[in-house]
Design a protein around this ligand. Sequence first.
Ligand code: ZN
Length: 132
Amino acid sequence: MMRVKTPPVVWRSRNHRYKLVGSKCKACGEVRFPPVHFCSCGGEVEEVELPRAGRLVSYSIVYAADEESRERSPVIMGLIDLGVTRVVAEIVDASPEEVHSGMQVEAVFRRIGEDGETGVIAYGIKFRPAVG
Ligand SMILES: [Zn+2]
C-alpha cells in the first residue's frame, strides 16, 4: 500500500512565501491578496497563484519618520494592477524619479527582516520595474 504524504507545514509556508498566492472566492470570484480565509460575500475561497507581472496604477513616496527605517527612506509604495486583482506593495530598484503610473512591474522576493534570536530571515513580496 502506498502512503500519501501530506506536505509538511514548512513546505506550505515556503510555498506561500515564494509564490504570489492569493485567494479566489468560489461563489463570486473575487480575488484577494494577501489571501483571506472567507470572502466578504460568505463564499468559500480557494488558493490561486497570481500573475507575477502587472501595471503600476498609482504610488506614493513615503518618507520614514522613525529612526529605524530612515536609512531605507524614502520608500515607494505602489498600487499594482495584476489583472485579476490589485495589490499594495513596495516598489524597489527604482528611484522616485524613475517611477511613474502605468509602468510595468514584476514581483520579486526581498528580505524584509531577520529574527536576531533565531537567525530566520523573512522575505516579502515587493515589485520592481519589469526588465525588458
Ligand atoms: Zn465571494
